[in-house]
Write a protein that binds this ligand. Structure first.
Ligand SMILES: [Zn+2]
Ligand SMILES: [Zn+2]
Length: 112
C-alpha cells in the first residue's frame, strides 16, 4: 500500500460537471473548489475507520504508521521499549514526541 495513485488529466472536468477543461488541466476554472466541497461531503459521511479501510490502512494489512513515517519526514519513531520489553510503536513529531519519549512510566529505563 505504499504506492500513491497519481491522477492524470483525462479531458474531463474532475468535479464531474461534464465540462472539458484545457488540455493538461483537471478542472475548469474554480471547479477544483467545487470538487473539494463534494469530497468533504463524501468524507463527512464516513467514519475515520471507514476512511482508513478505503485506503487500505487496515491494521495487520497496510500500515498507517509506516505510510505516515514515509510521507512526512517530521514524524519519527519513539525508539524506546515499552514496559513489556517490546519496541514502542508510537510515532509523533516535535514537542509531543519528545514528551512521549521522556515518559518513563510508559517505557523501560533507557539502558536496559
Ligand atoms: Zn467542472
Ligand atoms: Zn514510546
Amino acid at each position: 500500500m505504499s504506492t500513491v495513485k497519481r491522477a492524470t488529466p483525462n479531458g474531463l472536468c474532475w468535479d464531474d460537471c461534464g465540462g472539458a477543461p484545457k488540455p493538461g488541466s483537471f478542472f475548469l476554472p474554480g471547479h477544483d473548489k467545487r470538487a473539494e466541497r463534494y469530497l468533504t461531503a463524501i468524507d463527512g459521511a464516513s467514519s475515520i475507520a471507514d476512511k482508513l479501510a478505503a485506503r487500505g490502512y487496515v491494521p495487520g494489512q497496510g500500515s498507517l504508521r509506516a505510510a505516515t513515517l514515509a510521507s512526512d519526514s517530521t514524524y519519527e519513531e519513539c525508539g524506546r521499549r515499552t514496559l513489556d520489553g517490546s519496541d514502542c510503536r508510537v510515532i509523533g513529531r516535535g514537542a509531543g514526541m519528545r514528551r512521549h519519549r521522556a515518559d518513563d512510566d510508559q517505557h523501560l529505563p533507557a539502558d536496559s
